[in-house]
Each structure stands twice: as structure tokens, then as C-alpha cells.
Design a protein around this ligand. Structure first.
Ligand code: TXA
Ligand code: MG
Length: 322
């Protein structure tokens, strides 16, 4: 199969209507989209990504009215949050309605659902009479794509079409939130492109972190994820570099400090903001991976704003599998 890249919404629509896969741009990362109501289409997602069947998919819809069709209950606090931050990098995890096939939620009674903020994809969703199931458009366990070219690198020949919407604005996957009926608190299931500070400042209350790995609640939050082929180590560069052959490593600095005589040195943010670093993170991880180095040495981001989600991804990318 030859993979085409373009801007044709009508072609994307036709392919999706025929249960084919289309990579779509969002504000967070590119998604690998399929008709969420077609079992044939959904099973292609698992095949192409080589994704374990127990890892459920996020539904993408055009607006809140559509969202309400696919959940059985929407607590008012979550609805307020959705009204404020959608379309945007916010996914809500809620009891599903009967319209959502079990294969989408991997058998769970809850569905993850969001309204992506990208003009092409929003237009596409408005033309479709079904929601799109879309995980990030990478091979399972690898770095998420933030451009159409990144999608092509991993999925060329495996899908018919990539809808090109340029570089993604945010660069990290959506923040997944749920709701604890007993404490009536917002739960954070995955750190992402919407910061905890933004949610708490808006709601004027604290949220509860519920980020467990390998539990049934978020089965996809596996410890080893976002992996580069080159081994990635995270910490203080001066310490990490001690027992390494300096000519053989690449460095990812958060914000420029000093020069090292290494293969290449990358900087996540020149303006020293966590939002700029988030936007650049996955692209720079990919570029660093292509340098032929023995190791990628990377600094932690400050633990604030999107820095928390950046550090979550770095932790997973550096998780030692042995
Ligand atoms: O920004 C995003 O959310 C991107 C774009 C394409 O929308 N999508 C994305 O999908 O990151 P994916 O599949 O790469 O990550 C979705 C995460 C996985 O960890 C999955 O386990 C979890 O959400 N998830 C999805 N549905 C769930 C459910 N019903 N219950 C618990 N966790 C769920
Ligand atoms: Mg993913």
C-alpha cells in the first residue's frame, strides 16, 4: 500500500467510511484514526500499531453534544471543565454508553473521549456520522508523532492516507481526567498538554493524581513507553556524562547551560518555558535518536506547568527494560 500525504478532507472522509485508517493532525500529537463504530476498522488500528488488545482507545468527537451520546453520565464538574478547555488537550474518562463497542474500551465500562483542537480534524469530524477512535500514530511503545513526516517514518506503506495539518501546537498527548464520585474530585489519570495548575486555577480546587502504571484503570500507561532506539538517560548532565565516552553521546538540555564536545547538543526551550519545551520534546527525541550515539543524555524539566508531563514522558522513555 502506498501512503499519501495531503490536505484532502473529502478523501480522508471516504477512506474512513470504508473502514480504512487515516492519520489525523491534532493539537497534541498525530492520531491514527478509524471509524470507532466499525469493528473491522478498529482491529486495523491494533494491527498497524502492533498494540496490545488490552489497551483501549480514545474517542474523538466534534462537540459536547456528540460527546454526550457516547457517555452514560457526565458529572457537572467535568462538563464545566470541558466547556472551558475543549476543543483542547483534555480527555475525560467516563462510564460509556451502549453505542461504544467493547473493543474500543478493551472491555472496560469506561470510555476516554475528547474534542481535538485542530481545524482540519474538527472539519473532518463534522462531516462524519461516527466518532473516530485514535491512538497516537506511532508503533506501540515508540515516540509519538508531532508532524506528518514523523507518521510517515513509522507507518509508511501501512496506511493509505495522512491528513497533513503541520506541526502540532502542543506536542504532548492530552491530559486524561476522571471523576471520583465519592470525594467529588477531579482525578488525573495521565499528565498531558493541559497542566494541573490550569485545571486547579480554573476550578479553584485541588485535583487528585491517579497515575498508576499497569493497573486496569489505565492499562496503556505502561512503564516503558515513548522509547528511542538509543538508550536515554535522564538527570544532571555533568553526572551522567562521567562514565560515558563523551565523543559518543548526544545531550538534550532543557535550557542552554554550557557547551560540551559531544556529537550534538539539543535545547528544548530557548525561551525557558515548559510550553515551548513540550512542543519540541518528541521531535528532538527523534532527532537525537538519529545521531548514531551510544546514549542520549537528557536533563529533567522544571516540575511545573507542562514540565510535569515532560518528566513523565522522559521517565517512561528511560525506563530500563531489563
Ligand atoms: O492527545 C491524545 O490523547 C492523542 C491524540 C491522538 O488524541 N491520543 C493518544 O492516544 O494519546 P493513546 O492511545 O496513544 O493514549 C491513550 C491512553 C492510553 O494510555 C490508554 O490506555 C488510555 O489513554 N485509555 C484510553 N481509553 C481508556 C479507557 N477506556 N480506560 C482507561 N484508559 C484508557
Ligand atoms: Mg500513545
Amino acid at each position: 500500500m502506498e501512503t499519501q500525504i495531503g490536505h484532502e478532507i473529502e478523501l480522508a472522509k471516504q477512506l474512513l467510511e470504508h473502514s480504512e485508517l487515516v492519520a489525523i493532525p491534532t493539537e497534541t500529537v498525530y492520531g491514527l484514526a478509524a471509524n470507532a463504530l466499525s469493528l473491522e476498522a478498529i482491529s486495523k488500528i491494533y494491527q498497524v500499531k502492533n498494540r496490545p488488545q488490552f489497551n483501549p482507545l480514545i474517542l474523538h468527537v466534534a462537540n459536547v453534544t456528540e460527546m454526550k451520546k457516547y457517555v452514560s453520565h457526565l458529572p457537572s464538574k467535568l462538563e464545566i471543565l470541558i466547556q472551558k478547555f475543549s476543543p483542547g488537550p483534555l480527555t475525560v474518562l467516563l462510564p460509556k454508553s451502549d453505542l461504544v463497542p467493547d473493543i474500543v474500551t478493551a472491555g472496560s465500562s469506561k470510555v476516554a473521549i475528547r474534542i481535538p483542537n485542530h481545524p482540519l480534524t474538527l472539519e473532518l469530524l463534522q462531516y462524519l456520522d461516527f466518532p473516530l477512535a485514535a491512538p497516537s500514530a506511532n508503533i506501540s511503545g515508540r515516540v509519538s508523532p508531532t508532524s506528518a513526516e514523523h507518521v510517515l517514518e513509522q507507518l509508511s506503506g501501512k496506511i493509505p492516507y495522512i491528513l497533513d495539518g503541520g506541526e502540532t501546537k502542543i506536542g504532548l498527548e492530552s491530559t486524561i481526567v476522571g471523576y471520583d464520585l465519592i470525594s467529588q474530585q477531579i482525578l488525573i489519570h495521565r499528565l498531558g498538554g493541559l497542566s494541573i495548575e490550569d485545571i486547579e486555577e480554573f476550578l479553584l480546587e485541588k485535583v487528585k493524581l491517579n497515575i498508576h502504571h499497569d493497573t486496569p484503570e489505565t492499562p496503556g500507561q505502561l512503564k516503558s513507553h515513548y522509547a528511542t532506539s538509543t538508550e536515554l538517560l535522564v538527570g544532571e548532565i555533568d553526572e551522567l556524562i562521567l562514565d560515558k565516552t563523551i565523543e559518543n553521546v548526544v545531550i538534550i538540555n532543557y535550557h542552554k547551560t554550557k557547551d560540551y564536545s559531544v556529537i550534538k547538543q539539543f535545547i528544548l526551550t530557548t525561551q525557558n518555558t515548559t510550553t515551548e519545551a513540550a512542543k519540541n520534546l518528541f521531535r528532538i527525541m527523534r532527532e537525537a535518536d538519529k545521531c548514531g550515539a551510544s546514549h542520549i543524555l537528557c536533563e529533567w524539566a522544571p516540575n511545573e506547568g507542562l514540565g510535569k508531563a515532560i518528566n513523565d514522558r522522559l521517565k517512561k522513555a528511560s525506563f530500563n527494560k531489563t
